[in-house]
Design a protein. Sequence first.
Length: 161
Amino acid sequence: MKIDFAVIGGSYAGMAAALQLARARRQVLVVDAGRRRNQCVDDHDGEAHGFLTQDGRAPGAIAEEARRQLRRYPTVHWMAGQAEDGRVAPDGRLEFRVGDVAISAGRLILATGVRDELPPVLVLPNAGDAAPSIARTATATSWTRAGSASSPPPRWPSITR
Ligand SMILES: Cc1cc2nc3c(=O)[nH]c(=O)nc-3n(C[C@H](O)[C@H](O)[C@H](O)COP(=O)(O)OP(=O)(O)OC[C@H]3O[C@@H](n4cnc5c(N)ncnc54)[C@H](O)[C@@H]3O)c2cc1C
């Protein structure tokens, strides 16, 4: 598949980029693996805040509305899956693979978000992997601080790209 622009990551940032390209009548392919960072908020019936006109709305509903508006543009194409094996071809085009499908794009936008690596500061009920434990900070009714006086001081989570 050969396209003008590939946007890897179809959450808020990727869709915002794709919308501007669609307005400019470019052929855009959005590839999304479906792991929006705030998915855990929806999983706990939570709300998004501080986003003008959307305050108090479920984050999944905001993303769904964005996707609906984006799909009205005929030059936007959507592919669910994980983009892998990216490389620059000899002719300068960007190539990658989604499953068995090879994609060649003139330009590439990476909107893959960040991954939270949480320190063991909060011990929350049934704390599991990183994303659900973030949601539990918002919904838990009780928590205890990990470690003891001899433990190293707590640090802020590091964020990696
Ligand atoms: C618990 C929690 C609560 C939050 N609450 C708020 C709030 O109230 N208000 C607010 O403004 N913000 C809030 N945020 C922050 C908000 O979620 C992020 O700012 C926002 O999701 C960032 O959007 P993004 O598009 O940059 O990345 P993300 O939402 O992380 O999306 C990245 C997308 O890229 C996809 N992707 C990654 N790699 C690939 C690949 N190789 N191939 C294909 N797809 C790929 C992922 O599957 C994902 O869909 C919250 C975050 C958390 C964790």
